[in-house]
Design a binder for this molecule. Structure first.
Ligand code: SAM
Length: 285
């Protein structure tokens, strides 16, 4: 069964009376090169693969071939008969129907993948919740090796940007703290049925065993980062002090202690500069 073939996919969906829903980000892959490449990059035979949003099962089938087992979480119950059919020959694939944002993934991984050497998340993510899903996966400190996912091209560029570059944002800093991020390859919009309005890219986040920088107060660091990138064209002294409740003087002191001028803007600071300013403030605020 070649689910990446447009006609095959259409025939199966039609015979099960299934129509895609835009509100659930249902753009199904119909490019035969993408899923094998994603699955190979994320998994090996000792990996437990966690997929979010299997759709009709095109990536699930590839993951079942590459990994030890696959557990896929799908929100849309209407896909039950489709997936029962498309995964019938894949004994090592299981689908759980529910909201990936609400399921306890720590428990799920413990329960389903205790016999796997490592766990990887691999998915063609629903675009309406790309960043929340990625942040949830990272912040939950799941015992995972990598997150290999398809996202909108623009989101891929932001998520994988270098901290301190023009393309970086608060989410870049957060991703960098937990993982090393890279863009694997681009995927054009016509690789999907129906085609979305934008192109996509597959990114791989290799989770760090230890965070990129040492923080005195992790919660404060992320509050500081959010404030620092909220008005990116303004200086840190002018934007951050009121929103995080520290005086402009203390902020200037923190910048100078890190060897930075009073006029520094959040978007131009490197990871270690952001950490040293936040740590200085956290210790004295
Ligand atoms: N993996 C399939 C593919 O590549 O063709 C489908 C990918 S489609 C972009 C995203 C899938 O995520 C859809 O099947 C959609 O129903 C599902 N989805 C949307 N929100 C979800 C959520 N909160 N939890 C789990 N699945 C979700």
């Amino acid at each position: 069964m070649n689910l990446a073939d447009y006609n095959t996919l259409q025939k199966i969906l039609k015979s099960e009376g299934f129509n895609t829903k835009k509100s659930l980000g249902q753009n199904f892959l119909v490019n035969p090169d993408v899923c094998p490449e994603m699955a190979k990059s994320a998994c090996d035979k000792e990996t437990g693969a966690l997929e979010i949003g299997p759709g009709a099962g095109v990536l699930t089938r590839e993951l079942a071939s590459e990994a030890k087992k696959v557990v896929a979480i799908e929100l849309d119950n209407r896909l039950k008969p489709v997936l029962a059919r498309t995964l019938a020959d894949k004994d090592n694939a299981e689908v759980i129907f529910g909201d990936a944002m609400k399921i306890n993934l720590v428990e799920l991984i413990k329960e389903k993948f205790s016999d796997c050497k490592r766990v990887a998340v691999c998915a063609n993510l629903p675009y309406y919740i790309t960043s929340p899903i990625i942040m949830m996966l990272l912040e939950s400190r799941l015992p995972i090796d990598n997150i290999t996912v398809m996202v909108q091209k623009e989101a891929a560029e932001r998520l994988c940007a270098e901290v301190g570059s023009r393309e970086s944002g608060a989410v870049t800093v957060a991703v960098n703290y937990y993982a090393q991020a890279e863009i694997l390859f681009d995927v054009d919009r016509y690789s999907f049925m129906p085609p979305p309005n934008v192109d996509s890219a597959v990114i791989k986040l290799n989770l760090r065993t230890k965070p990129e920088v040492e923080l005195t107060d992790e919660k404060f660091f992320f509050t500081f980062i959010k404030a620092a990138f909220a008005q990116r064209r303004k200086t840190l002294v002018n934007t951050v002090s009121s929103s995080i409740g520290v005086s402009k003087d203390l902020l200037r002191e923190a910048l100078n202690a890190a060897g930075l001028p009073d006029t520094a803007r959040g978007e131009s600071l490197t990871m270690s500069e952001l950490a040293s300013v936040a740590n200085y403030l956290a210790e004295r605020k």
